[in-house]
Write a protein that binds this ligand. Sequence first.
Ligand code: FES
Length: 148
Amino acid sequence: MARITFCATPLSSLIIAQPLISSVLMPDAQSPAPEANHAWQELCALDDVPPGAGLYVPHEDWDLAVLRSSDDAVFVLHNRCPHAGGSLSSGWMKDGCVVCPWHTWAFDLTTGACPEAPQFKVQTFPARVCAGRVEAQLIRPNTANRAD
Ligand code: FES
């Protein structure tokens, strides 16, 4: 299921929003409990990300890749490739995936799954553009195992 999200600003200032991951939209009994960090966090200006390219965005303790498609859809993923640590922000987009520049593994821009090997997955985040700024909800997948 995909859904478009918008922030509370005039429509003229909105560009496009990334489809949300269904598990975020429809939490069930197995989903982690909601956290305080579900707030939208500003990452960069949309103009900082050229159409069809990515931008590395270190944000607090996150290493993020912000990717902008040629039709201005925006996606936010963890920057490190789960194969060997390539920078996904330096990759390219093809067929709804970001392709890692090191060994060309592809990861779905919305689910983070590798179509060729679904057991390999990169974390994705709900993203939107609000008043020309890229924002994301930086949700930790399993806070019970983290030592923050
Ligand atoms: S490091 Fe990304 S494909 Fe190898």
